[in-house]
Design a protein around this ligand. Structure first.
Ligand SMILES: Cc1cc2nc3c(=O)[nH]c(=O)nc-3n(C[C@H](O)[C@H](O)[C@H](O)COP(=O)(O)OP(=O)(O)OC[C@H]3O[C@@H](n4cnc5c(N)ncnc54)[C@H](O)[C@@H]3O)c2cc1C
Length: 337
């Protein structure tokens, strides 16, 4: 267990925001976490759990303790006729887990290739891309309560997965440190290639040959062509969720904006936040060292040395202008610390 005082977090968040934390503790083994919990004084201060830092915006120096998840390991724990249950320790890098699955001929997460971060954070917002969400292959997770040290298993229903949401986004359950995630992967693939440009890319790059490896590579190629690489430009992917509005509200908007893109959703109509932001003129906006990406209106960027406050203020301006023009309240997908 490595502990550092007043550590800079610039290289621990993909926005590359310069803020620090009072106490930074690297968790390499569950026992280290349990030992900290036994020492009651440790957690009398605020606690933050950090994976890859690809879904946070730092707006202040953090007082208290930051636990950096480094729990590693992958085990097959059960097998049925059609499925294999794989237990991933939560500090494993998500994309490495995708590559591991493909190497073992296990299907289900190939469409989620190249999403940054750790597998332990994947259930928090039920990561999703290209027509697949974590919940589609999720079996259960194990977590440790940071005050009591109790371990608990949460199954798929208990996690209350929804679009970019789960039980772990509620205040009460933010006190759980997810230590393991068990996925139920498929021996026989069920290909999902009719989303975005997957089919077109497979046709062009792989002569139409459909298998999980080619799907993963197609997704990687598409993502690299569309999304800014955080190693080059600080960002946290989509900053806002796609809003779901009522059917009546949608029809009203469609009267004024006949080309408004939309998708069916469980409880209404989903409208791409990127379209709303673009309509308000924000796409490509730049002020000093921060702005909205010129190719991706959903992605706010730190070109160099911007502060978390500057990016938060920009997000607030965007929320206000979308609200004024469309009467739609955008919600931030990124966790603001
Ligand atoms: C370029 C780019 C593209 C992206 N594309 C997508 C995409 O297509 N789809 C998508 O869904 N997301 C996407 N994201 C967002 C991000 O990759 C995911 O949300 C990812 O799951 C975050 O993982 P992380 O380890 O970096 O989490 P962090 O940013 O470190 O943490 C995020 C939240 O999870 C909590 N947390 C982290 N680990 C644990 C744990 N072990 N136990 C309890 N709580 C924990 C943290 O406290 C924090 O609240 C993208 C981000 C970037 C930068």
């Amino acid at each position: 267990m490595n502990t550092t005082k007043n550590k800079s977090l610039r290289s621990y968040n993909t926005f590359h925001i310069e803020q620090s934390v009072e106490t930074f503790i690297e968790i390499n083994h569950e026992n280290e976490l349990l030992k900290l919990i036994k020492d009651k004084n440790t957690f009398s201060k605020p606690i933050y759990i950090l994976g890859g830092g690809s879904n946070i915006l730092l707006t202040k120096n953090l007082e208290g303790i930051l636990l950096h998840n480094r729990l590693k390991g992958i085990e097959i724990i059960n097998e049925e006729d059609e499925h294999v249950f794989v237990k991933f320790h939560s500090g494993e890098i998500w994309h490495e887990c995708v590559l591991w699955s493909i190497k073992h001929h296990l299907a289900g997460i190939e469409n989620l290739s190249l999403i940054p971060g750790t597998i332990g954070a994947a259930p928090i917002q039920n990561i999703g891309a290209y027509g697949v969400e974590l919940k589609d292959v999720f079996h259960q997770l194990e977590a440790i309560h940071l005050q009591s040290g109790n371990r608990k298993i949460f199954n798929r229903i208990e996690c209350q997965f929804a679009y970019r949401n789960s039980l772990f986004k509620t205040t009460e359950y933010k006190n759980y440190f997810i230590t393991h995630v068990v996925l139920k992967l498929n021996k026989t693939p069920k290909y999902k290639i009719d989303y975005g440009d997957i089919r077109k890319t497979i046709d062009e790059d792989f002569q139409g040959e459909i298998n999980i490896q080619n799907i993963a590579q197609a997704v990687i190629n598409i993502r690299k062509s569309k999304l800014p690489d955080p190693a080059e430009i600080g960002n946290a992917g989509s900053f806002f969720k796609n809003p779901v509005i009522t059917e009546a509200h949608f029809l009203q908007l469609q009267n004024n904006y006949s080309s408004i893109p939309h998708y069916p959703a469980d409880n209404g109509v989903k409208v791409p936040a990127a379209w709303l932001i673009e309509q308000c003129g924000w796409k490509g906006y730049r002020k000093n060292n921060f702005g909205v990406h010129p190719k991706q209106a959903l992605v706010l960027v730190n070109y160099d040395n911007a502060s978390g406050d500057e990016i938060w203020n920009l997000s607030q301006q965007i929320i206000e202008s979308v609200s004024q023009r469309f009467n739609i309240q955008l919600e931030r997908e990124v966790n603001v610390w």
